[in-house]
Design a protein around this ligand. Structure first.
Ligand SMILES: [Zn+2]
Length: 112
């Protein structure tokens, strides 16, 4: 993901959050999660993942489609949306641990 794509994703998520803020049940922590998500997409891309696959691994449901569309990519297929039918990327590229949550800053498996 280029610097411009990173910025574009941050801008589209900021706009998305602003729109959400007018609705009931607005999650004030959403924006923090979205920005964390952009960092994780960047990490996957830096490790060689295609942008679309990286986005599929990080965002879910409608937000995932929103991000894909905003980045000029195809929306989720039915199989991708329903069955998560896409390649799972490792959360940690040092030990290739797939178990821990994206919100964890450090890998509990190898402590990197
Ligand atoms: Zn690790």
């Amino acid at each position: 993901m280029t610097e411009q794509q990173n910025l574009a994703m941050i801008q589209l998520l900021t706009a998305y959050d602003r729109k959400q803020s007018t609705k009931r049940n607005y999650n004030i922590y959403g924006i923090g999660h979205y920005f964390g998500g952009v960092e994780t997409v960047q990490k996957h891309c830096d490790n060689g993942a295609p942008l679309r696959l990286a986005i599929l691994n990080v965002f879910q449901d409608r937000l995932c489609d929103h991000v894909l569309k905003g980045m000029g990519l195809d929306k989720m297929t039915i199989d991708e949306a329903r069955w998560c039918d896409f390649q799972r990327l490792p959360h940690c590229y040092t030990c290739h641990d797939k178990r821990f949550d994206d919100d964890d800053r450090d890998c509990p498996n190898c402590n990197t």
